[in-house]
Design a protein around this ligand. Structure first.
Ligand code: ZN
Length: 187
C-alpha cells in the first residue's frame, strides 16, 4: 500500500536491488501523534545526513526513501536492507513496550513489515549478528547490525523490544494474505 511520502535526500540510488533484511529501529523521540511526520522531516533536512525507508508512530506511517534506493540507517547493513523507524526509545523496559501507544506502533509496524516481507519474499524470522554475517534473510534490529559489522554502536530497538510479540503479529498478517491486510489498514 502507498503511504504519505516525505523524501529524504540522504540515499544511495540504485536501479534495482535485492532486499534481504528488514532492520527495526527506535526513533528516540517522544511518543506523540505526529512523531513519524516529525522524524521524516528531520530525515528530509540537508544537515541530518541520515534516513530510513519508513517512520511509524501510533497512528501513521510515512515513507522517506523508495525501497529500490539504499537508506542511511544502519551502517554496515544498509545495502541489502529496508530500515523502519518505530516511535519509542531503545531504553524502554517491558512496561514501556506494553502501553497502548506502543501496541499501536507494534501493530502498525507489523502490517508494514509483513507487506515488505511479502514484496521481497523475506522470511518473518529474527536474525542475529552471526546470521547477518552469513547473509541470511529475515528481520533484525539495528543493535544486531552494529554487533555484526562493528560500524556503529547503536543499540536500538533495545533489549526489552518484544521480538516474539512483534514477529507473531507479522506472521499473523502474512497468514491473512494481501488484500485482507490492505483492507484492514484502511480501518
Ligand atoms: Zn537505529
Amino acid at each position: 500500500m502507498a503511504y504519505p511520502f516525505i523524501a529524504s535526500p540522504h540515499v544511495t540510488r540504485t536501479t534495482g536491488r535485492a532486499v534481504d533484511v528488514v532492520v527495526v529501529h527506535t526513533m528516540e523521540a517522544p511518543e506523540r501523534a505526529d512523531t513519524a511526520e516529525a522524524v521524516a522531516r528531520w530525515f528530509a533536512r540537508a544537515d541530518s545526513r541520515v534516513s530510513a525507508h519508513y517512520c511509524v508512530d501510533a497512528d501513521s506511517i510515512v515513507q522517506c526513501v523508495h525501497e529500490d534506493d539504499i537508506a542511511w540507517h544502519a551502517r554496515g547493513g544498509n545495502e541489502r536492507s529496508i530500515g523502519i523507524e518505530l516511535a519509542g526509545y531503545a531504553g524502554q523496559g517491558p512496561r514501556g513496550w506494553d502501553d497502548d501507544y506502543s501496541w499501536s506502533v507494534l501493530e502498525r509496524s507489523a502490517i508494514l513489515t509483513a507487506e515488505i516481507c511479502r514484496r521481497h519474499d523475506i522470511p518473518a524470522r529474527r536474525l542475529r549478528a552471526p546470521d547477518l554475517r552469513m547473509r541470511r534473510r529475515g528481520v533484525t534490529g539495528h543493535a544486531d547490525v552494529s554487533e555484526a559489522f562493528r560500524r556503529t554502536d547503536h543499540w536500538d530497538p533495545g533489549p526489552a523490544f518484544p521480538w516474539r510479540r512483534f514477529l507473531r503479529l507479522v506472521r499473523m498478517r502474512l497468514a491473512l494474505g494481501g488484500d485482507v491486510v490492505e483492507r484492514s489498514t484502511q480501518a
